[in-house]
Design a binder for this molecule. Structure first.
Ligand code: C5P
Length: 216
């Protein structure tokens, strides 16, 4: 399911009370809330249900990355959650077979997307990690987005700077979920590849993941 409101607020807290407070004050103003690993590892299925039952679609951002069988089984366990997450994700660097196995495990009602290159990583960071030094982050993100599309997933998580290449190469229906969003004069924090909401939407972002700029 895709919300008509593109704003997805990253709750990024292990505190159930704080997450509940946020979801209550955000209801009606945002399209999604995003629950990440710090929340899910602390509160599990019960905590997830407490937030998901508040009526705002949930992006469950657990970024699964393992061998195909393990990722598929992990996703099947997550698909038992009710209400089902609106969006769930894996890492595209897990490879084609892993993403195909993930696709088989997730019914179409949940959008299954893949993380390309984390927005906290610079060219220097990915080259130090062993990625092809002849390619920059945008080129790696595009290659991973093409792999994700060929595996049959619904879209990708990518930086605002990666959107131009992805929009030029893949169908418009391919979902782009974009973190690293900052109002014009706010702090970048640990993000390296950022853009304003306006620039990201103009570049073709479908969902804007905004954390500290709202929750902080
Ligand atoms: O506070 P901020 O707006 O930087 O939060 C961004 C959110 O998006 C965090 O929850 C972070 O984990 C997530 N994210 C990201 N880059 C990715 C994938 C997810 O920043 N490539």
């Amino acid at each position: 399911m895709t919300s008509p409101n593109p704003i997805c607020v990253a709750l990024d807290t292990p505190d159930l009370g704080r997450a509940r407070l946020f979801v209550n004050s955000l209801r009606g103003h945002v399209g999604y809330v995003k629950l990440g690993m710090e929340f899910f590892y602390a509160h599990g299925a019960e905590g997830y249900r407490a937030i998901a039952n508040e009526g705002v679609p949930v992006f469950l951002d657990l970024k699964l990355h393992d061998i195909p069988n393990t990722v598929a089984q992990g996703l099947r366990s997550l698909m038992a959650l009710s209400p089902a997450p609106a969006i769930i994700n894996v890492h595209a660097t897990g490879g084609l077979d892993m993403m195909k196995a993930a696709r088989d495990a997730v019914p179409a009602a949940t959008r299954l997307i893949a993380v390309t290159v984390l927005t906290s990583l610079s060219n220097e960071n990915i080259h130090a990690a062993g990625f092809d030094a002849a390619r920059d982050t945008a080129a790696h993100a595009l290659a991973l987005a093409k792999l994700t599309h060929s595996a049959g997933l619904d879209g990708v998580v990518c930086s605002p700077h990666d959107l131009a290449g992805i929009r030029a190469s893949l169908p418009r229906s391919f979902l782009t979920v974009v973190p690293g969003i900052r109002p014009a004069d706010s702090a970048a924090h640990d993000q390296k590849r950022i853009a304003t909401p306006k620039t990201a939407v103009e570049a073709g972002a479908d969902v804007l993941v905004i954390g500290r700029a709202i929750t902080g």
